[in-house]
Write a protein that binds this ligand. Structure first.
Ligand SMILES: [Zn+2]
Length: 425
């Protein structure tokens, strides 16, 4: 690890230190979001504890001005001396070697440990450690294939630093083809976890302390949820300079500003001083080759931009950055048929799709309230009133300001609703 980056991480840890300490006794993941989202019977009395947890987390990050802006790429250039051994999961991974290890989050629901592969490629040359995680939601398959392709293309002899790839984080969900853990909790609302908390919080804690603590930067791979697909895009908190640097490394991918909700892996990692972004591509329960290839290209470009490999060509042609986005919801129930496709440019008033009531044949039109681009949309399906159907990226000249409220703290706000509805990672 480079000295400059080490410094960055220590500095961020110190900045966050005062609130981290107070957080240990509560379960930050138990913020109630999952209860609203996907459980009907889980109405236990967590409310007072939840209030404390949320208050402790209101001040998640130091302000923009306090953050040191040391680009990750500089960390590679600054890294001197010999490459170091990565000791992870009880194994010494020597420089210039690749290992396939396995992680299991203690005993799970059947009382039997279930393990999932952890691929480690430790380069012969010094550099940072980049982590790739996929299938935190068990039904999101595109990222699994992206991690496989990227990891098997890496040559430890030519690599500066290390890449750790975990193709299937939520192996329990994956085995059942489900987004959730077996208790219907969303693992991505429980990071960094709690060793004494709920099952989800314990799995999150094990993953975070065992794997994520080794990372200098993290890319968490996702897809749209519930029969929705996303244009391949990077979601990132552009108020954080290190995160901003990371987003610029992917080459020609759409970038969407999005403040992460408390409990997401992206939020927890960034807060621990590990700049993290989400790469979204396609929809759940399918393997989409075009999206997989785009994602792989973006990640390989990042590995190159960070200076970890030298031989690959950079993927240029910058795409726009969307500082704002909004979901257009169905006001009527019925059969939704889209008139636009992913990546379409739309103007205010354009027809996005129609909803037809199969009983009385009444047809309503969904029109765009904004000019922008379709960055996510529902597959054609039967919808209920309120269903989020089209996600529109809106280009503005204004960069996001520091004081954007944390979306996880309000279920009423539009952005917060994305997390409650499972429309964001
Ligand atoms: Zn996801």
């Amino acid at each position: 690890m480079g000295q400059a980056l080490t410094f960055t991480i220590i500095f961020l840890a110190l900045c966050a230190g005062s609130t981290e300490a107070g957080e240990v006794s509560v379960d930050p993941g138990d913020n109630g979001a999952d209860v609203i989202e996907d459980t009907t019977e889980d109405t236990d009395s967590r409310s007072s504890e939840v209030a404390v947890a949320v208050e402790d987390l209101v001040d998640p990050a130091p302000s923009l001005a306090e953050l040191p802006a040391i680009p990750l790429a500089d960390a590679v250039t600054a890294a001197g001396g010999a490459a170091s051994t990565v000791t992870i999961l009880g194994t010494d991974v020597e420089p210039g070697t690749a290992h396939r290890l396995s992680w299991s989050a203690t005993e799970l629901f059947e009382g039997v440990p279930v393990s999932t592969p952890v691929l480690v490629v430790n380069g012969a040359l010094p550099g940072p450690t980049l982590c790739l995680t996929a299938a935190v939601h068990g039904d999101e398959l595109n990222g699994i294939e992206m991690v496989r392709r990227v990891m098997h293309d890496l040559d430890p002899a030519d690599l500066s630093g290390a890449v750790i790839g975990v193709p299937i984080v939520n192996v329990q969900g994956f085995r059942r083809g489900s987004r959730y853990l077996p208790d219907r909790r969303d693992l991505n609302r429980y990071f960094p976890g709690n060793p004494n908390g709920s099952a989800a919080a314990r799995i999150a804690d094990s993953f975070f302390t065992t794997i994520v603590s080794h990372c200098d930067a993290l890319v968490d791979l996702h897809t749209g949820s519930f029969e929705r697909a996303n244009l391949p895009q990077i979601r990132a908190d552009l108020r954080n300079p290190d995160v901003m640097t990371l987003t610029q490394g992917f080459g020609s991918m759409v970038i969407l500003h999005s403040a992460p909700a408390v409990g997401t892996l992206r939020h927890a990692a960034t807060r621990a001083g590990i700049p993290a972004v989400t790469l979204e591509a396609g929809g759940p329960s399918q393997l989409e080759l075009t999206e997989v290839k785009l994602g792989v290209k973006g990640i390989e470009t990042l590995v190159n931009t960070l200076g970890m490999v030298k031989k690959r060509r950079l993927w240029g042609e910058p795409e726009p950055i969307y500082y704002r986005s909004s979901w257009v919801r169905a006001d009527n129930g019925g059969i939704l048929l889209a008139d636009v496709s992913l990546g379409s440019t739309v103007r205010k008033g354009d027809l996005l799709g129609t909803i037809t009531d199969p009983m009385n044949n009444a047809r309503t039109e969904l029109r765009s309230p904004y000019s922008g681009r379709i960055i996510g949309m529902a597959r054609n399906q039967v919808v209920m009133p309120g269903f989020a159907a089209f996600h529109i990226g809106i280009q503005t000249d204004e960069a996001p300001v520091d004081e954007i409220p944390d979306p996880s703290l309000s279920h009423d706000k539009e952005a917060g609703g994305d997390y409650v509805d499972g429309m964001s990672e």
